[in-house]
Design a protein around this ligand. Structure first.
Ligand SMILES: [Zn+2]
Length: 652
């Protein structure tokens, strides 16, 4: 076995699986091993951030702005954002804005969404991006004790993110009057009065978590997210949702539940995050900022030490950047750099650009024998993530060669071995989606020994793609795969194919929003027309029910076959000359390399199965209904035939 976790194949089987216990133990170990430090987003690199094609502006006006779209009562003018109107002694307005921004940036880190803050209206002047969402945050409040309070409201839930421009509003001042709802089990609306933002709880962190959570929530609506993907299933007020997937944390740790379901402590005491359901829909609607992520266990086959390592690879992209790399204790180096393109090469009939990624900066945590040096015969681990100029489809890198260099930058004779592999291809005839492996040019006898394939609901952090490979998120939450499968052992000489999924398989997350359902409107003629109808838009509020709306009619699914595909594969070169550090001599025999590989699923695939969506927020599939009707008609037909036969027999 490659690993000691075996995620189960179907959602129905998850309930009773002992992996829930394993996941809890794992989460506990993670919590104990590291304090909940502030996270840093690896894609905050300015060049990568600027390339993100969806823009989310957090707009904190300094003066009342009546030019903001008045799509509902109290939305416009947006009143100034001023910390003095909210609390005292927690810091300056600028500090609060920066803290809110840091939270929302982190929430959207792994998505193709650039989050920025501004104190001037981002929708006027020159250079306004065509695709943008604006969340205007004022210190004013909206509501009263009799009618209820609202923390935020979006112009329209942008199903499928098909509308280019959307607006939302946050009333930070509402937190002065009402810190949160009273939770899902209370049949009437109201405010929780636990003092989560006052007294000792009046801190910059608490206020930033409350306002930042609401800003990220409203931003989520502008990219198509709906409450029902996060609402708890035991909500008795007519707004039950699917709740967390098995193995996930509780619904009130998530960003998109309806307003009254979240109490003051839920909003202020901790950071909430996107649930697995939200994550899949967002990945589909806006894309991920990470395309392919690679970690490798390699062996230095030489007796000499290696001082740097280069991987030559091919890519169809015209430019490539690294936004994330493995920095754990098993890597001799940190900070890999990519160079190229430098010319082209043909692989299997297609011309690609040539690139090189190099590791040479020593990792102080590496000890075999010391930072930046890998001993002869030693096993080591390196990893990197590649991003390109567009985030729409994962472009594979095709590994050509791996070279170790000595202290004077002369190549060592023997090379570590890695196969090449793609990011999955779809067979238009069968609908099969398969991964392909090829032997490296220098090791044609290499074999695939085993491979496990996991369909993940969210991006696993690169740190987790090592050892047993148990995936977890950047905020140390264990990730429960939607499904798992394996590949048969195979020779790579002529290429090996491993089937991952088929187009007919249902999405893991599905939202089908039909015209005629509460709050669902036709957005096909533009937001201005659609925004007129707010009959079912009681906002993100204490009121029950609290449908967010209007919601654009349409359907949205997670990427195909999942948000990301995670592969753990072992390859063996059976008769390779290599240095044996125990015998202190060269031997000929098997050399093993392991690949931990994660790549983004494909967004909005045409012709995809829409059957029994794993977590349908709204509606069911036409496919399954048709099947039910057919089955019922068939049974009725058989019964009629039996009745006819019986009557004929009785009265011949
Ligand atoms: Zn909402």
């Amino acid at each position: 076995m490659l690993h000691d976790f075996r995620p189960q194949p179907t959602p129905a089987m998850r309930q009773s699986d002992p992996l829930n216990l394993l996941a809890m133990i794992f989460a506990l170990l993670l919590c104990c091993s590291k304090p909940a430090a502030a996270q840093t987003c690896p894609t905050e690199d300015p060049a990568i951030d600027a390339a993100k094609s969806n823009k989310l502006f957090l707009y904190f006006p300094t003066v009342a702005d009546s030019s903001y779209p008045a799509y509902d009562t109290n939305v416009s003018p947006v009143q100034p954002f001023d910390v003095a109107s909210l609390s005292t002694g927690i810091g300056t307005t600028t500090q609060l804005i920066d803290s809110v921004l840091a939270i929302v940036v982190d929430d959207y880190c792994e998505f193709n969404v650039q989050v920025t803050s501004t104190t001037s209206n981002p929708n006027s002047g020159s250079g306004v991006p065509a695709r943008r969402s604006t969340v205007a945050v004022g210190a004013d409040n909206n509501g009263n004790a009799v009618d209820g309070y609202s923390w935020g409201e979006t112009q329209l839930v942008n199903t499928g993110a098909t509308t280019a421009v959307d607006y939302a509003r946050v009333w930070a001042g509402t937190y002065v009057n009402c810190e949160g709802g009273v939770g899902p089990t209370v049949l009437t609306g109201g405010c929780s009065t636990t003092g989560s933002l006052t007294g000792a709880n009046a801190t910059l962190t608490h206020w930033a978590q409350a306002i930042g959570g609401t800003a990220a929530h409203e931003g989520g609506h502008t990219f198509g997210l709906i409450h029902q993907d996060d609402d708890p299933p035991d909500d008795p007020t007519g707004q039950a949702g699917t709740g967390p997937a098995p193995g996930e944390d509780a619904f009130n740790r998530h960003l998109m539940p309806t307003g009254y379901d979240l109490t003051g402590p839920d909003r202020a005491d901790y950071r909430r995050h996107f649930s697995d359901n939200d994550y899949g829909i967002l990945a589909s609607n806006v894309g991920l900022s990470v395309e392919t992520m690679h970690n490798w266990d390699l062996v230095n086959p030489n007796a000499e030490s290696g001082y740097s390592l280069a991987i030559d690879f091919l890519s169809a992209k015209s430019s490539i950047s690294i936004d994330w790399f493995y920095a754990g204790t098993q890597s001799p180096w940190l900070n890999p750099t990519v160079s190229g393109p430098s010319g082209t090469a043909v692989f299997q009939g297609t011309t690609y650009n040539k690139y090189r990624v190099t590791w040479s900066a020593g990792n102080p945590a590496w000890t075999n024998p010391s930072a930046g040096i890998v001993a002869g015969g030693a096993v080591f681990h390196i990893g990197t993530t590649f991003a390109g100029v567009d985030f729409n489809t994962p472009n594979p890198i095709i590994i050509q060669d791996v070279t170790l260099y000595d202290a004077s930058s002369t190549a060592l004779v023997l090379h570590p071995r890695l196969p090449s592999y793609d990011a999955g291809t779809l067979d238009g005839t069968t609908g099969d989606y398969s991964l392909h492996f090829n032997a490296p040019p220098g090791a044609p006898e290499m074999r695939l020994q085993s491979a496990a394939i996991f369909q993940l609901p969210r991006v696993a952090t690169i740190d987790s793609m090592v050892d047993q490979g148990m995936p977890y998120s950047r905020d140390k939450q264990p990730i429960r795969p939607w499904s798992s499968s394996s590949c048969a052992a195979a020779a790579l000489r002529g290429g090996a194919t491993c089937r991952i999924a088929n187009l007919s398989e249902a999405p893991h997350v599905a939202n089908i929003l039909r015209l005629g359902d509460p709050g669902v409107i036709d957005c096909s003629r533009g937001a201005a027309t659609a925004a007129g109808n707010r009959a079912n838009a009681p906002q993100d509020s204490t009121r029950v029910p609290d449908f967010e709306g209007p919601m654009c009619a349409g359907q949205q699914f997670d990427p195909f076959p999942s948000t990301t595909v995670y592969v753990i594969a072992t390859f063996v070169d059976p008769d390779a000359k290599h240095y044996d550090p125990t015998k202190k001599t060269y031997v000929t025999g098997p050399v093993i390399s392991r690949v931990f590989y994660q790549f983004a699923g494909t967004r909005k695939v045409a012709g995809r199965g829409q059957g029994f969506g794993g977590n349908s927020g709204s509606g069911s599939s036409t496919g399954s209904c048709t099947f039910c009707i057919c089955a019922a008609l068939l049974i009725l037909g058989v019964l009629f035939l039996l009745l006819f036969w019986y009557l004929r027999k009785r009265n011949p």
